[in-house]
Design a protein around this ligand. Structure first.
Ligand code: ADP
Ligand code: MG
Length: 574
């Protein structure tokens, strides 16, 4: 539907046209007329469908010239970024309505400044529940004349524990009002709020076949333990997204990953709730204008952030919640553009968790092999060569020919010089390409289980000294090899090493996939256990090991597979 068909004032139609919206989205077409009528509305539609304009346009339209200094509309948002963003959008809709005055109030920013703005007289206040409460308590925000209260991202506000604040705030607003609620999901808690605080609401839901956006292609990579950061770098180097967001589950991980990527020369910065408001704003602005091209964030900090042209989203950690997955990948492929979402899984458990998310969201998440180190180096070399060719064609550095001639008199041929320069340039460009990452092997179903075939022992270079327990070893084996836990037999832990009984048929695969991995943070070496039984004429090798290990008895891990005990530890991995 066209905006001109929605009964909006001329000024707004003009402003929306200038923003560049051609047609109203479905949620907008359905809710704007109802909101203009003054109805209470519950609007549900997924991320990126234009909910801000759906409530923002009628909010702006409701402000008449004679409203002067009274607050008529209160909009509550879960985070400071969203409040700022929504407020900016409102200002755009009101571009030709100079009498409309808006103000964003959120925590982490100077409250005095906000008080000054509020005192000057505003009609629409956009804020986070906590800060709005603060202003109510200080009597710097009067709610007596409010016509409309809008709860944006209501589900997230409840998740963040704002329920009490919201209820208190609603208690301050005259009962004779319009109450509007927008949300991507409608959990029961929200229905309870609507029942209590809305009057005969119209429910407007926009359905979608899949819970994720069609405009986002989704892939996942199955990488060995301890190689996630390398895998991420490979992907960034190979795909070279112009603007990308990387999601982690914790603030600490955001900080760590940011540090690592920055040290490798990426233009990255982190965004999370422990940062000062000022630096959050700086980071976000730098990202919006492209000075930074990688934003690393937690779910909460990134909630609803609307930056155009994000072409890739990376899930460094598997989202802890199905809804988070949807919100994360909704940061790309927005407003008619396409995008890609890449999830990096490590270990069987993470792959399973991701498959669970795919089932829930009905998303198609395709498995992909990581780009290889060689491919990336080849691509970077070609890019350098292209640049060099272009330089030659443009004659940009032609004046250096003189120096080359001078050097050729010293016996250096142009070929030698060119090769050295090319080599220098290419190696500096490819210096940070991570080492080879071995593809993870996930055997077909049916190959699992010890089949009574021959078994051998492998020796892993960590032991009791490294605070190793059999479960760690089993977990690492399962994760690195992709084999089920029941394939592995007895695990014996000695002071400095550990032996594991493994199927003879898989020994090469096991050694290959375990090499270079870590157990309990310790990089390990692995080799075939040279059965000391044979070397020492059938003696009990454990006695010899005990001598080697200062006479301490090995920690005898129970056999974890088969029909014996130890099921508990192996179950998780199957
Ligand atoms: P939501 O709150 O549903 O996640 P937003 O309100 O943040 O979505 O809008 C997502 C993006 O779509 C924004 O970049 C917004 O400017 C853009 N957008 C909104 N309405 C339209 C429209 N009618 N036509 C084109 N783009 C739109
Ligand atoms: Mg929104």
């Amino acid at each position: 539907m066209l905006f001109s068909e929605l009964g909006l004032p001329e000024e707004i139609i003009r402003a929306v046209d200038e923003i560049g919206y051609e047609e109203a989205t479905e949620i907008q077409s359905k809710t704007i007329p109802l909101l203009l009528e003054g109805r209470d509305v519950i609007g549900r539609s997924h991320t990126g469908t234009g909910k801000t304009a759906a409530f923002g346009i009628p909010a702006v339209a409701s402000i008449g010239k004679n409203n002067k200094n009274t607050v008529r509309v209160l909009i509550l948002c879960p985070t400071r970024e969203l409040a700022m963003q929504a407020c900016d959008e409102l200002d755009k809709f009101a571009a030709y309505m100079p009498w409309v005055r808006t103000c964003a109030v959120y925590g982490g920013a100077d409250i005095e400044k906000q008080i000054v703005s509020l005192k000057r007289g505003v009609n629409i206040v956009v804020g986070t529940p906590g800060r709005v409460m603060d202003h109510i308590n200080r009597r710097t925000l009067k709610l007596d004349n409010i016509n409309t209260v809008i709860l944006d991202e209501a589900d997230e506000m409840l998740n963040m524990g704002f329920r009490e604040d919201i209820e208190t705030i609603l208690g301050f607003v005259p009962e004779e009002r319009q109450t509007v609620l927008f949300s991507a999901t409608m959990p029961e808690q929200i229905m309870a709020i609507t029942e209590q605080y809305q009057h005969d609401p119209v429910v407007v839901g926009v359905e979608q076949k899949s819970r994720t956006v069609d405009s986002v292609e989704q892939f996942y990579f199955d990488v060995p333990m301890g190689r996630k950061t390398d895998a991420l770098q490979m992907l960034l180097l190979a795909y070279e997204p112009k603007l990308s967001m990387i999601f982690c589950n914790t603030k600490r991980m955001v900080d760590e990953l940011t540090e690592q990527l920055v040290s490798k020369g990426f233009k990255a910065a982190g965004l999370h709730g422990d940062m000062k408001q000022q630096s959050r704003t700086q980071v976000l602005n730098a990202f919006k204008c492209g000075r930074l091209n990688i934003l690393i964030a937690t779910d909460v900090a990134a909630r609803g952030i609307d930056v155009d042209n994000v072409d890739a989203v990376f899930n460094y950690d598997i989202p802890q919640d199905n809804e988070y997955y949807i919100h994360r990948i909704g940061r790309t492929g927005r407003a008619g553009k396409t995008g890609a979402a890449y999830t990096i899984a490590s270990g069987r458990r993470q792959v399973n968790d991701l498959m669970e998310i795919a089932r829930y969201t009905k998303a198609h998440i395709e498995h992909r092999e990581l780009p290889s180190r060689d491919e990336i180096i080849a691509a970077k070399s070609n890019a350098v060569i292209e640049i060099v060719k272009n330089c030659v064609m443009s004659g940009k550095y032609a004046s250096y020919a003189e120096q080359v001639n001078a050097l050729s008199e010293e016996g250096f041929t142009a070929e030698m010089l060119a090769a050295a320069l090319l080599g220098m340039k290419i190696s500096s460009e490819t210096r940070n390409v991570p080492e080879f990452i071995k593809p993870v092997f996930r055997p077909e179903k049916g190959r699992n289980g010890r089949d009574g075939g021959r078994s051998v022992k492998v020796e892993i270079s960590v032991g009791r000294q490294n605070k190793i327990a059999p479960n760690f070893v089993l977990g690492a084996l399962v994760d690195a090899t992709g084999m089920a836990g029941k394939n592995f037999g007895k695990i014996d832990i000695y002071d400095r090493f550990t032996t594991v009984e493994v199927p003879e048929a898989d020994k090469e695969h096991i050694i290959e996939s375990m090499t270079g991995t870590k157990i309990n943070g310790q990089k390990i070496k692995i080799k075939l256990y040279e059965g000391r039984e044979t070397r020492h004429g059938g003696k009990d090798y454990r006695n010899l090991d005990r001598k080697r290990d200062n006479g301490k008895r090995p920690h005898r891990g129970k056999p974890v597979g088969g029909n014996t005990a130890g099921r508990r530890s192996s179950k998780r991995y199957q």
